[in-house]
Write a protein that binds this ligand. Structure first.
Ligand code: TRP
Ligand code: ZN
Length: 452
């Protein structure tokens, strides 16, 4: 009798677990980011934005596939008011718990079911103080005439509900309506602009998979500068009219950079690129939002332009499977700065750049770049010691093999995610070297090793 009861309880608990999608994806730094039980294919985010009032009226249509039976499942959403949720066009029950939007459809979903979720919501987006980004609030930044949704790592959930972790990439339609005379720039291609009289709707489309932290819309009185590179890649840059000439000159080298990095890393991974510049009072930093990097005014310089571009390969096409592996983004992008210096100033310039990084790492006593801890997610160690990992690897393998490793790593994980162990495995496989000692010292070691 007692045993029967215990077995029944176990079955009961097991079934309850099997039928609700988990509220996280097991990320060691962000256990609540992302959700289990389904896989999103496409987001269609429609927003009507009142720029003066700083409010949005939104509809998120999410096309997903169940990966298990789902009696309920979660999306990530921070703040805002949810008015209704439909699952497969039927009104669904929903609940809010911190950043979890918990949805219970009238009919449970079966494993492998394709389904659609439509969330109607509205309100004033509230920026997030993310512990991984103590230097600025994220999600929805603005001054009196510009809005910038810069989100890495958690901020996109302040303006649309999502499976907010790079483990679930998807394609996107961002259909954004703003009052005249505002312009909307966003990821991907501008498919259509509709003049509604007092407002304009901008229809942006991203056809390559994208992590939620790389989605962005930028609203302001921007002018667009459009060009096409020799190989056909379209470039569109967005600048405020007053500074357009100055920024146009600063960003003129982007085409040459794309050609150079494509040779080193393999073809540019997306079908369009460009940059947008915003005033520092909106965002005093730079961010590699997919296909459209954003720069605060004082972050416009060749090294940072190269850095954000390199992220399109390392960070955006190949994204971190876990936030503790962020050096796979920032170490690679910082190393890209040194590579650009090598191209413009030669080997001496490269060596000088690396020496400065190495001196700094030693003097500052920078900790190991692997698993930096959430408060150091974007700390100096990840950038500086992260870049030195690649310098040490290049010194060990020589140029030919080293760049073969980078290209193979990118090819294998393009449009997907990777862990540090994936990179190490590719490096060992391609080079046929035992690299345990090298990564132990440079990636995992507390001490900064001497420069090779
Ligand atoms: N990834 C950015 C870089 O290229 C740094 C960063 C992380 C950031 N989160 C951000 C910048 C949010 C602006 C806003 O180094
Ligand atoms: Zn970076």
């Amino acid at each position: 009798m007692r045993y029967v009861l215990i077995i029944m309880m176990m079955v009961g608990a097991g079934m309850a677990l099997a039928q609700s999608g988990s509220d996280g994806l097991g990320d060691s730094y962000y256990p609540q980011l992302g959700n289990g039980g389904y896989d999103v294919q496409h987001y269609t985010i429609e927003l009507e934005i009142d720029v003066d009032a700083n409010t949005i009226d939104g509809t998120a249509m999410i096309e997903a596939k169940a990966t298990q039976t789902l009696e309920s499942f979660n999306l990530d959403l921070s703040g805002l008011t949810v008015e209704s949720v439909l699952v497969n066009d039927e009104e669904a029950a929903f609940d809010r718990d911190d950043t979890e939007l918990i949805i219970t459809p009238t009919t449970p979903l079966e494993q492998d079911d394709a389904f659609t979720i439509i969330v109607a919501y509205s309100g004033e987006p509230e920026p997030i103080n993310d512990p991984g980004v103590p230097f600025l609030p994220i999600g929805w930044l603005r001054n009196d005439s510009i809005i910038a949704t810069v989100s890495e790592p958690s901020g996109s959930m302040v303006w649309y509900p999502s499976n907010n972790h790079p483990l679930d990439k998807a394609t996107y339609t961002l259909r954004i309506t703003v009052p005249e005379p505002y312009v909307v720039a966003a990821n991907g291609f501008l498919m259509e602009t509709t003049d509604n009289g007092d407002t304009t709707t901008y229809d942006w489309q991203t056809d390559d998979p994208m992590a939620s932290y790389l989605t962005a819309i930028y609203i302001g009185e921007f002018v667009v500068e459009e060009t096409t590179l020799d190989d056909g890649l379209p470039i569109r840059n967005y600048f405020l009219a007053d500074d357009a000439e100055r920024w146009s000159e600063e960003f003129a080298s982007q085409g040459e950079m794309i050609a150079y990095f494509s040779e080193l890393f393999g073809a540019y991974p997306f079908d369009v690129y460009g940059s947008i510049v915003v005033p520092d009072d909106v965002m005093p930093a730079a961010l590699e939002t997919q296909t459209l990097s954003v720069f605060g005014e004082s972050s416009v310089n060749p090294a940072t332009i190269a850095h954000e571009l390199v992220h399109q390969w390392f960070g955006n096409s190949v994204s971190p499977a876990a936030w503790e592996d962020i050096w796979l983004n920032e170490g690679f992008a910082t190393y890209g700065e040194a590579l650009w210096v090598e191209n413009t100033d030669g080997t001496d310039g490269y060596n000088e750049y690396i020496a400065v990084l190495h001196d700094f790492a030693g003097e500052a006593g920078l900790a190991a770049p692997a698993d930096p801890g959430i408060s150091e997610l974007f700390g100096a160690s990840v950038y500086v010691r992260g870049a030195l990992v690649l310098h040490a690897l290049r010194a060990e393998l020589g140029d030919d093999v080293f760049f073969d490793v980078l290209r193979e790593y990118h090819t294998r994980f393009a449009n997907s995610v990777a862990r540090s162990s994936d990179f190490i495995a590719v490096a060992e496989e391609v080079s046929r070297h035992d690299l345990v000692a090298l990564f132990d010292a440079w990636l995992y070691g507390a001490e900064v090793p001497p420069l090779p």
